[in-house]
Design a protein around this ligand. Structure first.
Ligand code: AZC
Length: 839
C-alpha cells in the first residue's frame, strides 16, 4: 500500500514536471521559432509550437534509429510507393509516444484546447485512397514491430484535391497542405541526388578495354529528400518516410539572364519543379501522361541511388545488396526501378549483365492492387524511349532473355510468348509494367485471398504457371492505433477497461471480448459508445444542416472513392425504392435510417461525378419531404479524407461493401468499420470474404452473386433490360430518377447513368439489385432487435485480429522479406552544455 502511494506520488511529480517543461517548450517555440509573443500567436502558431515541442521529444529515438539502420546486421525494407496517405501526424505521434494526456493538459493549462490544435493540422493527402492509405498503415506497423524501414515516395506540393460540393456537383480545389508550414519534416539538402532525362545512349570503351554503354541525358534535375520520422507504438524504433522534391540543378541560367531573357532563365527551374508539383488524382484508371512517367522515374531513381549510397557506406560493393535491402514495389508505379537498378549496376558500377540481374531479381518484390484492366499501367514504347532511352534498351534486353526462357519452357507456343512479353504488340506498342515487375522481382503478391486466386487464375496466370512459387497472398490490414485508439477513444477505453490494453499491439486479443456479449452491462456500455459517437456527428452536421439528424436512426455508411465498380448507385437504387415504399405506406415497419456517403471522384470521370450529383439530388428531395424525412435521410459528407474518416468509422452502424464480386482487390475501409463495431452488408468480394469467415456468416449480411456466378452470367450474355422489365420495384425506382423527380423535372440530367444501367450495366447493378434490397430488409429487422445487433457488433470487433496491419507486416516479413525485428537501443546522448568542436 505504502509503495503504491509512493509511486503514485512520484509519477505525479514527474507528470507535473513534464507538463511544466512542455509549457515552457511551447512558449520557446512560439518566441524563437515562430517569432511571436504567446499572447499574439495565431492558432497556426500554436499548432506549430506544440508540434515542434512534440517533435523534440522524438529526436533521441529518431537519431538512434537512423544509426541502427547503418548497422551491418539489420536488414531494411525499402517501401517504394508513389502514394503515402499519412493523415494528420500530431495526434498519432502523441498516441505512439504515450504523451497525449500530458500534452493535452499542458495545452489546457495554456488556455487552449488540444482538439482544436489537433484539428488545425492540414493533413498530408499524398494519396488517392486505398493504396496510399495502406502504405501509411504499413509504415505504422513496420515501426511498431521494430522492422527497420524507409518509405520512399514523392513530396507532392499539391496532394489530393479538396472537394467542395456546389449545387450538388463536385468541385475540385487545390490542396495547399504545405502552406501553413510542415513541422514534421527535415530537409536533407546534403543528401541531394541527380536524375537524368531524355538524351541518348552511346557505346564506349573503358580504360580496361571493355565495351560499355552510357546514357547521356538531355537534362538533369535534382532530387532533394525531406525526411519525416515515423514512430512505432511505444517502442524506440522510429522509421523514415523519405519524400523527394524536384529542383532545377541551378536556379538561374545567368547567360540567358544577361541577354535579357528572364523568361528563359526561370523556365528550366519551373519545368524541374513541375515534376513533384501535383499528385495525379486518378484512382484505378491509367492515363499515359509523360509527366507522370517521369514522376515515377524521378522518385524511383532518387530512392535507388539513396539505397545504393547507404549500402556502400557499410559494404565495399553491391554484391550483397539483397541481404541488406528488401525493396517492395507498391503496385507498378515504381516498377521502373527494375531497369533503373540494372542501369546503376551495369553502367555505373560495372557489373556484368548476369551478376546484375541476379542482384536485381533478389531485391524486388511486387504487390498488385487491382484487377481492373483499365488500371494496369502500360507506357507507349515511343514515349518511354524518348524520356528514358537507356531504360528502354534495358527493358528490351530483359524481355529478350525472358522470352528465350519462355520459348524453352513452351516450345512452339507463340501465343504464350505474345501474352507474356513485356512489350504489348497488339496495336501501338506498349511496355506492360506489371510484366516487368513480375519478371524483375522474386515475389509477387495479391492483397486478399480471393484477389490472389484471381491473379493466379486470370490476370497473371501465365506467370503463375511459369513460376508456381512466386505468387503469394498477403491479406491487407489496417493499423488499430489510428483506426481505433486515435479515432475512437471511447471504444478504446471501454475495451481496455474490460480486457486490458494488450489488444493495441496484438489485435487477436480482442477475442477476449467474446464472452462479454452475454454481459448486459458491457453491452449497454457498448451501445452508449456508439450512441455518443453518433451524437458527435449529429451535433457537427446540425450546425451545417439544422437539427435534423437523429442519433437513434441507423447510420448506414458508404465512404470510399466514387467508382462504378464500387456501386454507390446500387445503394441509391435501394434508397429510392425505400423512399417510394415509405411514400406509399407511411406505416411501413422499417427503422429510421440515415444514408451517409463520402468520397471523391477523379476529376475526369464523368459518370462518377454524375453519381455524386445524384446522391445530392436525392438528398435534397428526401430530406425536405416531411412524409419521409423522420425515417429516411441522405447525407453526402464533402471532402472525405483521413481526418473525416476518424469521425466516420466510429459512428457507423452499417458498412456498405457492395462492389461487384471480383472487382475490389481487397478493400480496407471494410476492416476499419468492423473494428469499430459496424456490421457489414457486402458481396463476396476482396477481403469481405475473409471478414465474413472470421466473424462467422451469421454476423455478416451477405448478398449478390459470387465470382463464378458473375462470370457465368457474363458468358451467358447479360441483359439488364430483362431484369428491369421483370422487377416492378426496380423499374419504379429507375423511372422515378429518369422522369426528373430528383432533378426538378429535368429528364436529361441523369440519362447517361440510366442508359448505362439499362443498356450496358458493366458492373451488374441490376443483377444484384433484388438480392441487395432483400438483404437490406433483413438488416432493418435485425437493427430493431437492439440486443441482437449489439451482440453481432461486439463479435465483429472481437474477431478483427486478422485485419491488423501488424499481421500483414508480419506476413510480409516471414513470407517475402525474410526480415526479423531489430529493436533500437536507446542510448541517450546528452547535448554538450559547453559547446562542441567540429571533428
Ligand atoms: C486499391 C484497391 O482498389 C483496394 O481494393 C485495396 O484495398 C487497396 O488498393 C489496397 O490494397 N487499389 C488502388 O488504390 N489502386 C490504385 C492504382 O490506385
Amino acid at each position: 500500500m505504502t509503495r503504491t502511494n509512493t509511486t503514485d506520488c512520484s509519477s505525479h511529480t514527474n507528470d507535473s514536471n513534464n507538463i511544466k517543461k512542455l509549457k515552457r517548450g511551447f512558449a520557446y517555440k512560439l518566441f524563437y521559432q515562430q517569432g511571436v509573443w504567446p499572447q499574439n500567436a495565431s492558432l497556426n502558431d500554436y499548432y506549430l509550437a506544440v508540434s515542434y515541442t512534440v517533435r523534440d521529444r522524438m529526436q533521441q529515438m529518431f537519431l538512434n534509429s537512423i544509426l541502427s539502420l547503418q548497422k551491418k546486421e539489420s536488414k531494411i525494407v525499402g517501401y517504394l510507393s508513389a502514394e503515402f496517405l499519412m493523415g494528420p501526424h500530431l495526434h498519432n505521434n502523441l498516441i505512439n509516444l504515450g504523451l497525449y494526456d500530458q500534452v493535452s493538459r499542458a495545452v489546457e493549462e495554456c488556455g487552449l484546447d488540444i482538439k482544436q490544435i489537433i484539428d488545425h493540422e492540414e493533413e498530408p493527402g499524398l494519396g488517392n485512397g486505398g493504396l496510399g492509405r495502406l502504405a501509411a498503415c504499413y509504415l505504422d506497423s513496420l515501426a511498431s514491430l521494430q522492422i527497420p524501414a524507409i518509405g520512399y515516395g514523392i513530396r507532392y506540393e499539391f496532394g489530393m484535391f479538396d472537394q467542395e460540393i456546389k449545387n450538388g456537383w463536385q468541385k475540385e480545389l487545390g490542396d495547399r497542405w504545405l502552406q501553413p508550414g510542415n513541422p514534421w519534416e527535415f530537409k536533407k539538402a546534403d543528401l541531394t541526388v541527380e536524375v537524368g532525362a531524355r538524351g541518348h545512349t552511346e557505346q564506349y570503351t573503358d580504360d580496361h578495354g571493355n565495351q560499355r554503354v552510357r546514357w547521356v541525358p538531355g537534362g538533369m534535375v535534382k532530387g532533394i529528400p525531406y525526411d519525416t520520422p515515423v514512430l512505432g507504438y511505444r517502442v524506440n524504433n522510429v522509421n523514415l518516410l523519405r519524400l523527394w522534391s524536384a529542383e532545377a540543378p541551378k536556379s538561374f541560367d545567368f547567360d540567358d539572364f544577361n541577354v535579357g531573357d528572364y523568361q528563359g532563365a526561370v523556365h528550366e527551374k519551373i519545368m524541374a519543379e513541375t515534376i513533384t508539383k501535383v499528385l495525379y488524382p486518378n484512382d484505378e484508371h491509367f492515363r499515359g501522361k509523360e509527366l507522370r512517367l517521369f514522376q515515377q522515374y524521378f522518385f524511383v531513381s532518387c530512392s535507388m541511388q539513396d539505397m545504393v549510397r547507404i549500402h556502400l557506406f557499410m559494404f565495399p560493393n553491391l554484391d550483397n545488396f539483397p541481404d541488406k535491402f528488401a525493396v517492395q514495389l507498391n503496385d507498378t508505379h515504381p516498377a521502373i526501378a527494375v531497369p533503373e537498378f540494372m542501369r546503376l549496376l551495369i553502367d555505373v558500377h560495372h557489373y556484368s549483365w548476369e551478376r546484375a540481374w541476379d542482384i536485381v531479381t533478389h531485391t524486388f518484390a511486387y504487390t498488385n492492387h487491382t484487377l481492373l484492366p483499365e488500371a494496369l499501367e502500360k507506357w507507349p514504347v515511343a514515349m518511354l524511349g524518348r524520356v528514358l532511352p537507356r531504360h528502354l534498351e534495358i527493358i528490351y534486353e530483359i524481355n529478350s532473355r525472358f522470352l528465350d526462357l519462355v520459348r524453352i519452357k513452351y516450345p512452339g507456343d507463340v501465343d504464350v510468348v505474345r501474352r507474356m512479353s513485356i512489350i504489348d504488340e497488339s496495336g501501338e506498342r506498349y511496355v506492360r509494367m506489371a510484366h516487368l515487375a513480375c519478371i524483375g522481382g522474386y515475389a509477387i503478391n495479391g492483397v486478399a485471398e480471393l484477389h490472389t486466386r484471381l491473379l493466379k487464375n486470370h490476370t497473371l496466370t501465365d506467370f503463375h504457371r511459369l513460376w508456381p512459387d512466386k505468387l503469394t497472398n498477403v491479406t491487407n490490414g489496417v493499423t488499430p492505433r489510428r483506426w481505433m485508439v486515435l479515432s475512437n477513444p471511447r471504444l478504446a477505453r471501454l475495451i481496455s477497461s474490460a480486457i486490458g490494453d494488450g489488444w493495441i499491439t496484438n489485435l487477436y486479443k480482442l477475442r477476449e471480448l467474446e464472452p462479454m456479449v452475454d454481459d448486459p452491462v458491457f453491452c449497454e456500455k457498448w451501445q452508449q459508445v456508439k450512441f455518443d459517437n453518433k451524437q458527435d456527428i449529429c451535433a457537427m452536421f446540425s450546425c451545417a444542416y439544422g437539427p435534423m439528424f437523429n442519433p437513434y436512426a441507423m447510420f448506414d455508411v458508404q465512404v470510399k472513392r466514387i467508382h462504378e465498380y464500387k456501386r454507390q448507385h446500387l445503394n441509391l437504387l435501394h434508397i429510392v425504392n425505400l423512399y417510394q415504399r415509405l411514400k406509399n405506406n407511411p406505416n411501413l415497419d422499417v427503422p429510421p435510417r440515415i444514408f451517409i456517403f463520402g468520397g471523391k471522384a477523379a476529376p475526369g470521370y464523368t459518370m462518377a461525378k454524375l453519381i455524386i450529383k445524384l446522391i445530392n439530388s436525392i438528398a435534397e428531395v428526401v430530406n425536405s419531404d416531411p412524409d419521409v424525412n423522420t425515417r429516411l435521410q441522405v447525407l453526402f459528407i464533402p471532402n472525405f479524407n483521413v481526418q473525416i474518416g476518424h469521425m466516420v468509422y466510429p459512428m457507423a452502424d452499417l458498412s456498405e461493401q457492395i462492389s461487384l464480386a471480383g472487382k475490389e482487390a481487397s478493400g480496407t475501409g471494410n476492416m476499419k468499420f468492423s473494428m469499430n463495431g459496424a456490421l457489414t452488408i457486402g458481396t463476396l468480394d476482396g477481403a469481405n470474404v475473409e471478414i465474413r469467415e472470421e466473424v462467422a456468416p451469421e454476423n455478416f449480411f451477405l448478398f449478390g452473386m459470387d465470382v463464378n456466378e458473375v462470370q457465368e452470367l457474363g458468358t451467358a450474355g447479360y441483359d439488364p433490360q430483362t431484369i428491369y422489365n421483370q422487377n416492378e420495384g426496380l423499374k419504379a425506382a429507375i423511372n422515378l430518377i429518369a422522369t426528373g423527380h430528383f432533378s426538378h423535372g429535368d429528364r436529361e440530367l441523369f440519362r447517361p447513368l440510366i442508359d448505362s444501367l439499362l443498356y450496358h450495366d458493366p458492373y451488374m447493378v441490376l443483377a444484384d439489385y433484388q438480392s441487395y434490397v432483400d438483404c437490406q430488409q433483413k438488416v432493418g429487422e435485425v437493427f430493431q432487435d437492439t440486443r441482437r445487433w449489439t451482440k453481432m457488433a461486439i463479435l465483429n470487433a472481437a474477431r478483427m485480429g486478422k485485419f491488423s496491419s501488424d499481421r500483414s507486416i508480419a506476413d510480409y516479413c516471414r513470407k517475402i522479406w525474410k526480415i526479423k525485428p531489430f529493436p533500437v537501443e536507446l542510448k541517450l546522448q546528452q547535448l554538450p552544455e559547453n559547446g562542441f568542436k567540429f571533428p
